[in-house]
Design a protein around this ligand. Sequence first.
Ligand code: ACO
Length: 330
Amino acid sequence: MSVLRTDSSPALRSVIVGTGSSLPEQVVTNAALTGRVDTSDEWIVQRTGIRQRHIAAADETTSVLGTRAARAALADAGLGAQDIDLVICATSTPDHTFPATATQIQAALGIHQGAAFDLQAVCAGFVFAVSTADKFLTTGAARRALVIGAETFSRIVDWEDRTTCVLFGDGAGAVVLEARDDADGRGVLCASLRSDGRHREKLYVDGGPGSTGTTGRLRMEGREVFRFAVGQVTDVIADVFAQAGVTAADLDWFVPHQANRRIIEASADKLGIARDKIVLTVDRHGNTSAASIPLALDVARRDGRLRAGDLVMIEAIGGGFSWGAALIRW
Ligand code: ACO
């Protein structure tokens, strides 16, 4: 890709011009899980806020869900395959070790130009992917990007482990980002990304192509993840507030990774973000990892909450640990 921007170019901003999402048809309620592991609807709702999740059918792979979400986002933007020159898919559950799921989505959509690649930052993947796409767009290296979060965590959870299997669901969400000349202050304003690999053992998958040669299963120390999630995420949020020169009071919407209602509300309280500014979908979707934020964005945009000009914060933390936040003027 060539860099088109010159020093005399006006500042470019990455503006979200379309959103889309896709959920598997099969809905699994908490009650249905009680037949599988020793749990209860009451325990799951009280500890996590989750009431149901969508689970993919055998032929619904991550690329299938991602393609549906991307197609919906393109339609929403009024754009076609010829308009996209960058595809980034944030996922920890690729269809195959390679090729990248993003290239499969690219092919399914009939996009034959530009670059496509996967990005792996687990639950923080979508925030990392938006920030990455923003760098391509604001340097002129690409004009329009499809940024997708797509997951089938049902394929990597241990369905015998009640401490984890009740938490996750499948789904995909996508946004189209377009490079525009300083579009009325709209677009991605700033982002802050962090990782600290010393926490690997607290949330990981116990297999992989380079170690066991198997896919492996998700393992988590739930309490430790909870503690870190509420305690640590403040640094990236404070950083984006400082970069943009705004405070929690200026936010219109807080769209966090949907892991757990208690984590989300504790984080919002700590940051002084009013609870009625939180977009919450964890009750219906469960934790869909990298897909949860674009899914929530699509829900809030289509039900009329998200409007042009709104100040939106996306924020996530996940395995690694990796965490990040971004501020977007919608
Ligand atoms: N049903 C019933 N009982 C259960 C279940 C279940 N599904 N799971 C655990 N329990 C039991 C435990 O065995 C334990 O029993 P014991 O006291 O007899 O030993 C009891 O419930 C309490 O277990 P804790 O783990 O202490 O429960 P806690 O209040 O910490 O809640 C939870 C567990 C919900 C996992 C919480 O720690 C949490 O939300 N952690 C964050 C997890 C998370 O969000 N991870 C994803 C973020 S990163 C990413 O998205 C990939």
